[in-house]
Write a protein that binds this ligand. Structure first.
Ligand code: IPM
Ligand code: MN
Length: 354
């Protein structure tokens, strides 16, 4: 008998529950095939609960989340809730309090998927962005002076600690080594302007690099990184960067790999509880229509299995997704897939069971 994993699910808002349902369906098929068990406990968090009860993420829920093997999230965001409340209160708070200091976002173009980049194919677009996930401009440090007056001052500070930067960079070197492709790690920063924050990143990067002589190092300013991701994506193997730069370049990454329909990410605490999610939002206008693409949620489920130690489970899911993209699914966009949300889940399961 294989292991048993206890997973907390947060279906969340909009299309979150629909895509997560398909992800769970796929994980269940894989676990049956390989011989491990996954138990789910669902947490009702998100816009509906907030509107009904005023609760965003109770401390007791956060404490319970610490007790699971992983967290599997659908989507957070509600049209009737002011932007920021749910994002900060649920998503960012979980990342911070569970110290999920890595945001791992693979950018991989699969065969059969259309990219907006002319003359680029699956051989060219295959890299991973490692985004620092607990510091930088995301900590909420700063404030207003004389708010609402003509003399108003707004300060938003980027917090970069040696410890936070170093653990992220170390993770990136280890990851690049184990990924074993080009074995090249690119630091993405802005050393020409951010002469304190990016300086700390660069010094730490080159210090840690000495312990990884087998990994080639490279540097690109964040603006140039955007340019090269479009012009020469094949140059990249692994990119490591801070929280906000990582947020921005991974949306660019998502679009060159075919869009948010396929982009998945992991909020990882290598020593603790990690959370896996599709990168797309709650897509309110598609809610309940069975048209949203569940592949990003399915791939996030695959990443979760990988991090739980079920590497074969991840490979099973990725292979099934590859076949469906190559043979069956017409487009990654909602409503244009040639299949409904449920049917995409069924298709992936059928490849797993073949
Ligand atoms: C992401 C999202 C979040 C972020 C938002 C929703 C707070 O854009 O996961 O990339 O900025 O990190
Ligand atoms: Mn983002």
């Amino acid at each position: 008998m294989g292991k048993t994993y206890n997973i907390a699910t947060i279906p969340g808002d909009g299309t979150g529950p629909e895509v997560l349902r398909e992800g769970i369906k796929v994980i269940d098929a894989v676990s049956k095939k390989i011989g491990f068990t996954v138990k789910y406990t669902s947490y009702d968090l998100g816009g509906e609960r907030y509107l009904k009860t005023g609760e965003v993420l109770p401390d007791s829920t956060l404490d319970e989340l610490r007790g699971y093997d992983a967290i599997y999230l659908g989507a957070i965001g509600h049209p009737d809730v002011k932007p920021g409340i749910l994002e900060k209160g649920i998503l960012l708070r979980t990342r911070f309090e569970l110290d999920q200091y890595i945001n791992l976002r693979p950018v991989k173009l699969y065969e059969g998927v259309e990219t907006p980049l002319r003359n680029k194919g699956p051989d060219d677009i295959d890299f991973v962005v490692i985004r620092e996930n607990t510091e930088g401009l995301y900590t909420g440090a700063g404030g207003f002076l004389k708010k609402g007056t003509k003399d108003e001052v707004a300060i938003q500070e980027s917090i970069n600690t040696r410890k936070g930067v170093e653990r992220c960079i170390r993770f990136a070197f280890e990851y690049t080594r184990n990924r074993n492709k080009q074995k090249k790690l690119t630091l993405c920063a802005k050393t020409n302007v951010l002469t304190y924050a990016s300086d700390l990143w660069a010094r730490t990067f080159y210090e840690v690099a000495e312990e990884y002589p087998d990994v080639k190092t490279d540097y690109a300013h964040v603006d140039a990184t955007c340019m090269w991701m479009v012009k020469n994506p094949e140059w990249f193997d692994v990119i490591v960067t801070d929280n906000l730069f990582g947020d921005i370049i991974t949306d660019l990454g998502a679009i060159i790999q075919g869009g948010l329909g396929i982009a998945a990410g992991g909020n990882i605490n290598p020593e603790g509880v990690s959370m896996f999610e599709p990168m797309g939002g709650s897509a309110p206008k598609y809610t309940g229509k069975n048209v949203i693409n569940p592949l990003a949620a399915i791939m996030a489920g695959g990443m979760m299995l990988d991090f739980l130690g079920e590497k074969t489970g991840f490979i099973e899911i990725e292979n099934a997704v590859k076949k469906a993209l190559k043979n069956d699914i017409k487009s990654l966009d909602a409503g244009k897939m040639g299949y409904g949300t449920k049917e995409v889940g069924d298709l992936i399961v059928s490849y797993i069971n073949r």
